[in-house]
Design a binder for this molecule. Structure first.
Ligand code: BTN
Length: 258
């Protein structure tokens, strides 16, 4: 394993409470010289941030909320989806060691057990020219929370296993998987992408999606190097669409989306 992969989690800053670990580590990265691989773990977030401006709610002292600072050397901007694959697969790998249900990655980077969301990932990249200068990878993993809003289709590791978990042991396992997957992203990016594609939720099945805001039944097949989802359309054509145009339709009234 190379030096950059090994460095993940070596610097660990643990704080009792912050607004958002992504936000706090971004500030620290500007002010002090945090090294590549530094992790900020907070036992509570008072204003956790989710994708598309949403909130991320987690239970203080029960779940994992942390952010990882990466300064990849020589990663082109058009390769940045590797970081999302590394993070989603590392969370996936950690869960597989614990929960009996099927763990899947809902494109681009939600992690589900069966069809319930157990983890969310918020990645904020800073480009310098055509390179990724810095990446902040924020991960929220529901570990021991039990009181989850039924409407959110969420779950936690403890609800899936039926027992309380050692949260910091789970964190240690996740760090190890992040190191391993980061190394794979450098040494064998095609394998990383294939692993990610194999674990895609709804892969090969018709799913309710929104394309340009319009409901569409599409069949996820693969991802391309840019992280776009390759979907089969009802006319048999397979086309790649990015997050700017495509997303999964929200679950409705508990009805199953494949
Ligand atoms: C999502 O699914 O919407 C992404 C959620 C990401 C949540 C994590 S928790 C740690 C880090 N800090 C934040 O404020 N957000 C991310």
């Amino acid at each position: 394993m190379d030096r950059l992969s090994q460095a993940i989690g070596v610097t660990l800053i643990e704080l009792p409470s912050v607004e958002s670990t992504n936000r706090t580590i971004a500030g620290m990265a500007v002010r002090s010289e945090l090294p590549h691989g530094a992790v900020l773990l907070a036992h509570e977030q008072t204003a956790g941030r989710g994708q598309r401006g949403r909130q991320w709610i987690s239970a203080a002292g029960l779940d994992l909320t942390f952010s990882l600072l990466l300064r990849p050397q020589d990663m082109r901007a058009d390769e940045q989806f590797i970081i999302a694959q590394v993070a989603a697969l590392a969370v996936h790998d950690t869960l597989v060691g614990h929960v009996p249900g099927a763990v899947r990655i809902k494109w681009p980077n939600d992690v589900l057990v069966e069809r319930r969301k157990v983890a969310g990932i918020l990645i904020e990249n800073e480009l310098i020219g055509d390179r990724v200068g810095q990446s902040i990878v924020g991960i929220g993993l529901n570990v021991n929370s039990r009181d989850l809003d039924a409407g959110l289709h969420a779950t936690s590791m403890c609800l899936e296993t039926g027992g309380t978990l050692d949260r910091m042991a789970v964190f240690g396992q996740l760090m190890e998987h992040l190191r391993r997957r980061y190394a794979q992203g450098k040494e064998a990016p095609a394998r990383l992408r294939a692993d990610y594609a194999e674990r895609l939720w709804a892969r090969g099945r018709w799913a309710d999606m929104l394309l340009d805001g319009q409901p569409a039944s599409l069949r996820p097949m693969d991802v391309d190097g840019l992280g776009r989802l390759l979907v089969e359309h009802p006319d048999g054509s397979v086309r790649a669409h990015g997050l700017d145009r495509l997303r999964f339709a929200p679950f409705q009234g508990g009805m199953a989306v494949p």
